[in-house]
Write a protein that binds this ligand. Sequence first.
Ligand SMILES: [Zn+2]
Length: 471
Amino acid sequence: MEYTRTKEEVKAYVDEIWPQIVKDIGRLVSIDSVENLEQAEEGAPFGPGPAAALEVGEAMAKRLGLHARNDNGYIVVADLPGRSSKQIAVLAHLDVVPGGEGWTGDPFRLERKEGYLLGRGVLDDKGPAVLSLYAAHYFAEREKAGDGTLPYTLRILLGANEETGFGDIAYYNKKYDPPEFLFTPDGWWPLCVGEKGIATATVTSPKIEDGNVVDFFAGRAHNVIPFTATCIVRCDLQNLPEVRGIDIIDDGDGLVRLFARGVGGHAATPEHTKNPIGMLVNYLIEQDLLSDSEKLFFTFEKALLDAYDGSGLCIDRTDDLFDPLTCIGGAIHKKDGQFVQLLDIRFPKSITGAELTDLLHAAGHKYGLAVKVNIEDEAYWIEEDAPEIQALLEVYNDYTHQNRKPFTMGGGTYARHFPHAVSYGLEDEHLELPKWVGAIHTANEGVSEQHLKDSLVIYILAIERLMQLDW
Ligand SMILES: [Zn+2]
């Protein structure tokens, strides 16, 4: 098979079939496929929503000429068999995050407006999932038209647990051999060649008997910098100076409530955040509101929160491939006289999970705190000059007339769960969106139809190139 199809031929296919694609995206968006483990059962391990989405995905794949099966409600495996049983795979997911507040319409009804599609999952990742099925359909149609069988099997995988536990992939990897190469359309253009390691930690203070800080709470998760934080302190209200961003409220009985408004965000991208826990910690220290027994814990907090590069805990690292390590304070609370702070750390390849664990234990020891570390993933990366990486990049740059380079990131995608995989599109931070179009995981999640069309053309051309490599 030659790389002979022109962009124009592929574009014509995409234009012609576009109305069907929009309909199919709409079918999937209308299923609330948020994980619901309380209603999990045999054949629906992530709850009825993800299972229903897989059923629709399976039917769609069959209708589009693929050999598809829904494997027990974990994942849809849809093949276009090649001359070789070696596989080139594309993996997207049909589960979504909850609809949430702030939508102008119904998050689970596809809205088509001024060239944009709006609805939960249009971008993450139901839209891309449908594109991957139609990319395979293109090759199925060509085979029917007499163009011959693909040299390798094209396998489209539709997962159902990307947003929460990756249980779909754990299941898949136990049962099936990995493909020769896989890309997931669940990242950003052009191509991500590395994902930082991910660690979480829980830091617990000793029981504090005679403290002034009666309570302290913010956030709920390891991996989210909270937007607000509250602490309740036993102190004299009269002496407290006003500070920007902190409300000082008389709680009665000699107690003062301090409420801080920061700028929250995700642990993988802390660049523009301002942690409200840190604002309160600095206030408590500067106003000398802490008892001696509390000082050590709050000195640790200051070391943790004054910078997000981990330097305060001596874990700051950089290397030639990744952005510097990040370390953020997520949720904090006080329970049974003990403060509990959750941490999220994204680390580059210059440090291993084991080294990081040792350093965090050492930091805890220094301040007399108990530290429990959980290494979720080591750093993952793939050599940039590999022919498949160059092929994917070339197709993208050629089609878009750009000269973009691969990148690395702090977030995790499906890619790191396979020996040989990358994320390839289709979000694009360079696109300017109308104000009423939201990002993934937010209200009014949306994407332009033209962007989806272009992405599908790129996927088809890319698969064609991958099929010409020697696997
Ligand atoms: Zn996703």
